[in-house]
Write a protein that binds this ligand. Structure first.
Ligand SMILES: [Zn+2]
Length: 247
């Protein structure tokens, strides 16, 4: 018998296996992204019936098999029930889960990603920030956690720290006024620049603590849309769905 382990994390996706079982992807604090088998999870009387679904957050007792983990017991603390009962929120939620699953890796420290995901779903349920702003913040912070994000502190051409008023798609970050004249770049509102700096430097716990004017918000959302289109070729299925639905 292999040793049993306790991991804390969130179910990102679930796939039916055979008649009664499921395979789930769990983003864990201890082991990064893992794939685990839950025997009998689709039987109506299974104690793991609800735990084997996306958004379930809690503790999972697992043991390691030859090629995969098997879940033996679950203790779910949070199902995000309010979120899963709202169609618009649930689509956004699935998109956030899909992003986390795409970038997370097994046996890597994914604690920041897990925390970001958890707090993002929590803030959605509070309904104080618009879903499109939450989406922008989540996408940007995901790039920061991945370690591949636009430079928003220095000019990408000359390295200067002053006179930064424009963003260059070509140079993947801010450019100063004189470099913009030569290299091009789109002038942004100063709040847009400050917001990006805030997202880069602020811990996940304090991320969702600001609101933006409509103008700044749409400027940032558009910038992120173009940036992702240019530098990230992966298409997220749930995002395509989100865009087709006319919210
Ligand atoms: Zn410059």
């Amino acid at each position: 018998m292999s040793e049993r382990l306790l991991v804390e994390g969130m179910v990102l996706s679930a796939m039916p296996i055979g008649e009664y079982d499921k395979r789930i992807m769990i983003l864990t604090r201890e082991r990064g992204l893992i794939s685990a088998f839950i025997r009998g999870a689709r039987r109506p009387n299974s104690p793991n019936l609800a735990a084997a679904n996306p958004f379930a957050y809690g503790t999972f007792e697992i043991y390691e098999g030859r090629s995969s983990y098997t879940v033996s017991k679950t203790d779910i603390k949070e199902y995000f029930r309010e979120l899963t009962q709202d169609l618009e929120m649930v689509y956004y939620g699935f998109y956030f889960l899909e992003i986390a699953e795409y970038y997370a890796q097994e046996n890597m420290d994914e604690r920041q990603r897990l925390k970001l995901l958890y707090l993002t779903l929590k803030v959605m349920e509070k309904k104080v920030l618009s879903l499109s702003l939450i989406k922008f913040i989540y996408e940007f912070k995901t790039l920061v956690i991945n370690g591949e994000y636009p430079n928003v502190y220095t000019c990408q051409v000359c390295g200067k720290k002053e006179d930064l008023h424009a963003f260059s798609m070509k140079h993947r970050g801010l450019v100063c006024d004189s470099c913009r004249e030569k290299e091009g770049g789109e002038v942004l509102q100063s709040s847009s620049i400050y917001t990006m700096q805030y997202i880069v430097s602020t811990p996940v716990e304090k991320l969702y603590t600001f609101k933006l004017s409509e103008g700044v918000q749409s400027e940032l959302i558009e910038l992120m849309r173009i940036y992702r289109k240019r530098y990230f070729t992966h298409v997220f299925k749930s995002e395509e769905f989100l865009e087709k639905s006319m919210w």
